[in-house]
Design a binder for this molecule. Structure first.
Ligand SMILES: Cc1cc2nc3c(=O)[nH]c(=O)nc-3n(C[C@H](O)[C@H](O)[C@H](O)COP(=O)(O)OP(=O)(O)OC[C@H]3O[C@@H](n4cnc5c(N)ncnc54)[C@H](O)[C@@H]3O)c2cc1C
Length: 497
């Protein structure tokens, strides 16, 4: 039986030297990093609270090289963590101390833009925004727009099923990807998906999307492109309470039309963003909503009037609409820079990600502020309100003894609140290492059993990104979240995962 690879087993110096030599046999010397000072930049992703030096970092530049890296790791039973731009917020690309960190940073080519069929074929390291920039020449764009889009890679977006401001209307990554090429741990190249709306066989494209580097390494992505809307305008509503803003969100969605984006920021986030970027936000508001309407000029004018009416009925203290493109972009710039803006308020911040039914927005936000007081840690909220996708940002100081532990506990309790109202522990950032404990609460042993069976079908030795996304049944039992009968787990045959 294969040993589980959790990053805790050290490799002997001799074994490391021999692996480095084997990698250098087909990769240039500067594409195999193994000295501590070279490994340091890779020690964490966007969840910087957790850091670990990888054993080795490789930076291949061809699909054949990636395949050879995987085959070699498989032979040596060495775990592999794929890394895009490293902006992930759940620790999915956190290295393993006994594993190879496989960077896709050199895969930055846009292979084809097909304006007739409205699609683009790109390498996995291409930045999200670069796709829209390239497609712009044809009046097209790629809709999913994570706030990190200037930096994050499309491969990472697929692996996390990334969302963004415009996903409310246009769908998440999974709804905008047509096909993928990925390499299995055996180094086999597999193509999934097609240009058609449906195809025979299991939907492996959907399965790979959001699989957090646990099933294969994505080496090519074909995405849908959409025509740029004729016009877009943002309505900014200010509210004296988050409850009123939450009510406006529910009323906008219930009115039957779907805005291009519907985002909420609370008082702390508004003031941080305004201080940082001067977006023109009302700093005395308890919450603002940014609601974008896009389409033809008539549709936008009609939508703006309806949104204004709904916001006013929900007791908005002020409703403004962007008067031109510069102002529209300024409204969004404040929202998109909200995380770094909040980051300036304290030495560290921890970004949570949970989704709840929209009708519970006000209730959960009120509960989060009560928990914030209980733990003595400020929490700012900036989120995709239309999707019910919360992003509480917990402010803490990692240098203060106990602060990180309290932050983690507070984060866990927020996620448990999400589950309690029928929500889920992630909306777009993935599970990674961050929310792995809460997976035990959200899923039953039978459901986790199915996840492990899928993993085993792709990667029987558990070498691709082990220890992430799906908890071992043993871990759930240790957390007290799984029933252990007379010392036996419900699925003993899967204990190794
Ligand atoms: C300021 C800020 C704002 C953000 N805003 C958003 C937002 O609005 N919406 C959102 O969804 N996310 C957001 N994120 C999170 C992050 O940007 C996304 O999760 C993004 O999709 C990660 O892409 P990446 O290239 O950085 O991936 P990485 O962090 O490098 O990796 C993420 C995961 O994908 C896997 N992976 C990466 N590349 C591959 C590949 N080629 N094949 C297989 N697996 C792979 C990794 O193993 C890891 O599990 C934000 C992050 C920051 C820092």
């Amino acid at each position: 039986m294969a040993v589980p690879h959790t990053g805790s087993e050290a490799m002997t110096p001799d074994a490391k030297r021999s692996l480095v030599a084997a990698l250098q046999a087909f990769l240039p010397a500067n594409a195999v990093l193994h000295e501590d000072e070279d490994l340091r930049p890779y020690e964490c992703d966007g969840l910087s609270a957790y850091r670990r030096l990888p054993l080795i970092v490789v930076l291949p530049s061809t699909v054949d090289q990636v395949a050879r890296v995987l085959t070699l790791c498989r032979q040596h039973e060495v775990p592999v963590v794929a890394r895009g731009a490293g902006t992930g917020l759940s620790g999915g690309a956190l290295p393993l101390s006994n594993g190879v960190l496989l960077s896709l940073a050199k895969f930055r080519r846009i292979l084809a833009i097909d304006p007739v069929n409205r699609m683009a074929r790109v390498e996995p390291g291409v930045r999200n925004l670069a796709i829209s920039e390239a497609a712009g020449a044809y009046g097209l764009y790629y809709a999913p727009d994570p706030s990190s889009q200037i930096a994050c890679s499309i491969g990472g977006n697929v692996a996390e099923n990334a969302g963004g401001v415009h996903c409310l209307k246009y769908g998440l990554t999974v709804h905008n990807v047509l096909a993928l090429k990925f390499l299995t741990i055996d180094g086999d190249l597999v193509t999934v998906g097609s240009q058609g709306l449906d195809g025979p066989g299991y939907d492996l494209l959907a399965l790979l999307t959001g699989s957090e580097g646990m099933l294969g390494v994505i080496v090519e992505v074909t995405v849908k492109l959409l025509p740029r809307p004729e016009r877009a305008q943002v309505a900014l509503g200010a509210f004296a309470s988050v409850e009123d803003a939450g009510e406006a969100v529910a009323a906008i969605i219930a009115s039957g039309f779907i805005p291009g984006g519907l985002e909420m920021m609370d008082g702390l986030a508004i003031r941080a963003a305004e201080d940082y970027l001067h977006a023109g936000y009302p700093v005395d508001a308890a919450a603002i909503l940014l609601c974008e309407l896009d389409g033809t000029s008539e549709e936008v004018a009609d939508g703006v009037a309806r949104v204004r009416e709904i916001m006013e009925r929900a007791r908005a203290t002020e409703v403004r609409t962007s008067r031109n493109e510069t102002e529209r972009l300024a409204f969004w710039a404040g929202r998109k820079a909200a995380f770094p803006a909040v980051g300036r308020l304290s030495p560290d911040y921890y970004c949570m990600d949970g989704t709840i039914p929209r009708k519970h927005l006000a209730r959960v936000l009120t509960r989060i502020s009560a928990l914030s007081r209980e733990y003595g840690l400020p929490v700012a909220n900036v989120f995709h309100a239309g999707d019910g996708n919360l992003h509480p940002l917990i402010l803490y100081d990692a240098n203060k003894p106990g602060d990180l532990e309290r932050t983690e506990e507070l984060g866990g309790r927020i996620l448990e609140e999400c589950i309690a109202v029928g929500g889920t522990i992630t909306g777009e950032h993935g599970v990674g290492v961050e929310k792995i404990g809460q997976m035990c609460l959200q899923f039953s042993p039978a459901e986790l059993n199915q996840f492990h069976a899928v993993k085993a079908a792709f990667d029987s030795q558990g070498l691709l990104n082990p220890g992430k996304a799906v908890p071992t049944l043993v871990r759930c039992a240790e957390l007290g979240a799984m029933h252990v009968h007379q010392g036996a787990l419900p699925f003993p045959e899967l204990e190794r995962f």
